[in-house]
Design a protein. Sequence first.
Lengths: 75, 437
Amino acid sequence: MTLFILVITSIIAFAFIPQLKKKKETKTIITFSIILLFATAINIGIALKLKIPSPLDFITFIFSPIRDLIVSLTK
Amino acid sequence: MEKEIISSRQFMIITLLFSIGTAILIIPATIAKAAKQDAWIAAIIGVAISFLLVKLYISLGKRTPSLTFIEANEKILGRFLGKFTAIGFILLTFLSSGELLYFIGIFMKTEVMPETPTMAFALLFSIIIVYAAFLGIEVFARSAEILFPFFILIFIVFAVCITPQISFDNVQPILETPKKFLLYSIIRFMSIFSFPLVVLLMLFPSVVNVQKSAQKGFYIGTIIGGIVLIILITLCILVLGPSNTASRTFPSYALAQRISIGNFLQRIEIIMAGMWIASIYIRTFMYFYASVIGVAQLCKIQNHRPLILPLGLLMIGLSQIIHPNIVHSNVYNNEIWPIFSAIFTVILPLTLLIVAKIRKIDGNSQGENSNENQTNNNNHAQQDSENNSHNASEGDSHTESDSKNDAQDENKLELESQKGNKPNENDVKIDQDTNDH
């Protein structure tokens, strides 16, 4: 499974990066590679059944004080 | 990259299906949990208040007629602060697109194919979305146009077939719910139904063919979507009863399972499921497209197409980790999502509108429009006829519609400047209205 994800990632990378290099869009290449690496890391993590915390937990952590405030106001 | 243009009718259909979106699947449960048998009243009030929000979005869109929401952020709030809010907005849309993939997966897994992993559904569904994103917004708008009649047909069949099961005992007693719970359920309803309409600001002023009728389309799409949801919630309450509706994860699917005409026409719920798969497709695509365009415009990349595949891959990963279980998702959707989305969909546009008013950004300050003043008068006479026939000619002629769009922008601006203070007064009124709520 990990190998499969790596193959897909490299296909995507080889399909786009040479084209972008020809057009000299360095900014696009950097953004593209960062997102692609991040996506690959997450997908490999899922394939290996690692425990990845949900990004929503972070948002819940930020917004729960506001929720508590609103709940206490409407009581 | 060539500019893509959609017609105002297509925009109306996208608005309609987008506002229905996931709401059709999960909203009867969330709204019935708090408001019990008065859920339909809460839905009607929620749809009515949504009009104020649509008005807010339209008046914000008019301020920046050629920019998307992300660009408008940077233009109005300045470089640094605008980037900051734009990142927040992209986070909202991207997390939501992952969440919707999770929803489609968990819906298919719990109700239709219990032994298939959610990853399979997420993968298949995201392939469609990535493909649609590659083909661009015009193709997507046409696909929405094709899906729309099927959607309405299935909905009418659905509503007619379920009517024999209605029992009016379920809605009594009317207006028994305390005001506090009614308020909660209205906010939850709006947070799923009308708060996300701000995503359509990525399309509304800049890629729509005729802006004047697109504004009307925004309203009409919202009201038809609202009526569909009101009917659905009322049917859920009438047939399943309030407590049964509240305890289901997907009440409208349970409703479709109840369809039985003469013990003969039964178990047609999976045909009904086609309806919400279509609407979830529209909504997921809009979230995904908004985040792709958003990332591209944030990093000042001309061509957004290379970013689609990596973001799609990230979205599939996100759909697997976003909610570990259904309880997590319920808590998030009922308690955190209304606050999280309200910040970026109500408070942020309101701030943008106020700041734009103070900084006098009124759409007139666009440099590129000034060149077209001379050609503008020539187009004036043609436009009335073009307005009528724009549906026929759109899509075939990129450049023609492009110049048409610009010319119409210009006309609208002229009209606005002739009216003078009138639009500003309206805006003040909106500000007050929305502050009241």
